[in-house]
Ligand binder design. Structure first.
Ligand code: FES
Ligand SMILES: [Fe+2]
Length: 393
């Protein structure tokens, strides 16, 4: 089971106060913004370069590639990427391109492979990226093979997740990027002990920030999700811990309502709260009582109006629970289906509409309220990265 977090009680008590007073943690001001932030190709280019090309972002949970030679491939904003578990247990990532004439080296989404062999002229590469063999080498001409291995991307496994900076020349330091508060927070969750029950990706005609904004938003719940999330979680009530780059925000489950009139005293309120985390630049980590959900939003490599969302359900391994294998599968399968229904039936249609509306040429300025604290933090930090020309480990 996920261990409890020590300061949780304080956060729940404060949130309960908000619920009683119909208030919430608020930001210092409202913020006006223009729709061009979601449609401008030049801005989208700067985001790919200055944000994704300099800061670590999560690409997978370690349990998705548990054994040596296990791999996944993905499209990052700047590069096609191949992520491979190494023989020594570490993880390395490479640009997924053959160094001969540039074929896509590994077309599969995932698998296990002892030798990555190119479909075009059959050059082959070891899982550590070294160029192992050139076909018909006697006719090819002299070449230093060590200079033609796969191009490596900075990669680190920390707190159970695999993080990549999407630029070969960059450095990676996930602890420095997280900062002491968030690094300590994630360490306490011991997510390396969980397993990824399922990971799926969805290509959407929506800017990545519209997507990210929707999944740090507790203001929309009862309006956009009246029969699902809005029934289970209180709307517009949260406590926010702003760590200066990332933040944690607690939302209240409606099961807490029994304590509205009564003083909870020393009762354990942990079951009534969901701890959410904005992991800048593009993930929301939702920590439920017995599992976690990770949502990731990646810009398209070219189109500002497109992105890919990935959803991961991270759960205790069957052997760490009292459930037998079938019951374990049934439980998490049911959870997964509920998440999918809300996502595809409720959020995606709304957000597609938002993107197409934002493309209106006379849309006028839009506004973020003081109650939308986490959205403020997200946009503040994205703007800060762009102004600073990126981040350096
Ligand atoms: S492009 Fe890969 S072997 Fe020729
Ligand atoms: Fe939503």
């Amino acid at each position: 089971m996920i261990p409890p977090n020590s300061a949780l009680e304080d956060r729940v008590q404060r949130a309960l106060g908000h619920l009683r007073n119909k208030t919430t943690d608020t930001y210092s001001q409202i913020r006006s913004f223009t729709p061009s932030g979601y449609t401008d190709p030049e801005l989208a280019h700067r985001e790919r370069e200055l944000i994704f090309g300099t800061v670590p972002s999560i690409v997978a949970h370690g349990s998705e590639i548990p054994n040596p030679n296990d791999f996944i491939t993905l499209q990052m904003p700047r590069n096609k990427v191949l992520v491979v578990r190494q023989r020594d247990g570490g993880v390395r990532s490479f640009v997924n391109i053959c160094r001969h004439r540039g074929a896509l080296l590994e077309p599969r989404a995932s698998g296990s492979c002892r030798l990555f062999s190119c479909g075009y002229h059959r050059w082959s590469y070891d899982p550590d990226g070294a160029l192992r063999a050139i076909t018909r080498e006697n006719t090819f001409g002299d070449m230093d093979r060590s200079q033609h291995g796969l191009i490596e991307l900075p990669t680190e496994e920390r707190h159970g997740f695999i993080w990549i900076v999407d630029a070969a020349e960059a450095k990676i330091d996930v602890a420095a990027w997280l900062g002491p508060e968030m690094d300590e927070t994630l360490r306490g969750y011991r997510m390396d002990e969980l397993t990824c029950f399922r990971a799926e990706g969805y290509d959407e005609p929506t800017n990545w920030k519209i997507m990210q904004d929707a999944f740090i938003d507790v203001y929309h719940l009862q309006y956009a999700h009246p029969n699902t999330a809005g029934k289970a979680i209180h709307t517009n009530v949260m406590t926010v811990e702003d760590f200066g780059r990332h933040c944690r925000f607690a939302a209240l489950r409606k099961t807490i309502d029994r304590w509205l009139a009564e003083d909870p005293g020393n009762a354990n309120l942990a079951a009534h709260v969901t701890d959410n985390h904005l992991l800048l630049p593009n993930s929301t980590l939702i920590r439920q009582r017995d599992h976690c959900e990770l949502l990731t939003f990646r810009p398209d490599p070219a189109e500002p109006g497109r992105s890919r969302m990935e959803m991961r359900l991270l759960v205790p391994r069957a052997e760490d629970t009292e459930l037998d294998n079938d019951a374990w599968h049934a439980l998490w399968e049911k959870n997964w289906k509920i998440l999918l229904t809300v996502l595809h039936g409720e959020d995606f249609p709304l957000l597609r509409g938002s993107q197409s509306a934002m493309e209106s040429r006379s849309a006028g300025p839009l506004v973020l309220g003081r109650n939308e604290t986490v959205n403020h933090i997200f946009h503040r930090e994205i703007a800060r990265l762009l102004e600073a020309g990126g981040w350096q480990a």
